[in-house]
Design a protein around this ligand. Sequence first.
Ligand code: SF4
Length: 332
Amino acid sequence: MSVSPLQAKSIEPILSVRDLKMHFPVKEGIFMRTGKFNKAVDGINFDIMPGETLGLVGESGCGKSTLGRCIARLYQPTAGQISFEGTDIAKLGRKDMMPFRRDIQMIFQDPMESLNSRHTVGQILEEPFQVHKIGDKAYRKKRVVELLDLVGLPARSVTRYPFEFSGGQRQRIGIARSIALNPKLIICDEPVSALDVSIQSQILNLLIDLQKEFNLSYLFIAHDLAVVKHISDRIAIMYLGKIVESGEGESIYRTARHPYTQSLISAIPVPDPHHVATRQILVGDVPSPINPPSGCTFHTRCPKVMDVCKELVPVLNGEDQPVSCHLFEQPK
Ligand code: SF4
């Protein structure tokens, strides 16, 4: 197993993911037999260091949200390890997983769906303390007001319901809930995708401020590289269940090597009237992970496809900026 993609440096990673797979069985026929599998996550390796943000980017359907849900253990992965502070949590049962649920939290794309619309903001923010049996009523009420203050909402919000807030404010409530139990790692699953551009930067800046204050680690999932650039220390590009390129944020933008990464970068608008756009438009949609293309799974859309790409699966290789593409194979 190659463990090169996003390697540990001087200190221990808070999260190490090794050869992680999530294959959903696909039921077919009148007897609903399992013949095929949806390989949404298919052999992923990466590390996240304390206080670091790893941006995970790819189009819809490439498996990045499934990967996030595996790490938060909303799904039981098919195979592989999820090592959190040295403990493999990939196969832990409900009870054994409970202490780790405090440390690993999630922020979802649509806070309206993830917040209980029949509960007040006060009830929503008190719930994590009740579930984990932390503090008495007075302590919880005090913490709720502190959390609201941390995310820039007034104390009077406690008696209001989620529908009374704007999209950006609702995401602030979702963020407040995610930090309630002082977590160490937060999986941010497209947290600004549903928001106006002007609000996006406010939420990103809030996440950056909270990260500095509490030394949080983020796995920041997005389909938009421009959003990820703002917040990520390192970036991993995902296509059809696999990481195809990864590296430091700046080097991914300056020297993207994989043709898929290059296409995603070319789609970022440049605020310069003299800039001549050389956009590489991706043809077609992400193929089905149930019947992925042979060889390099990107070959059906790649502008640089060669004969070998249809036959042989490229291997992720390289030190600082590993890439899986036959154009960058190391000489044997
Ligand atoms: Fe394109 Fe071939 Fe590289 Fe795949 S291996 S990205 S098809 S050049």
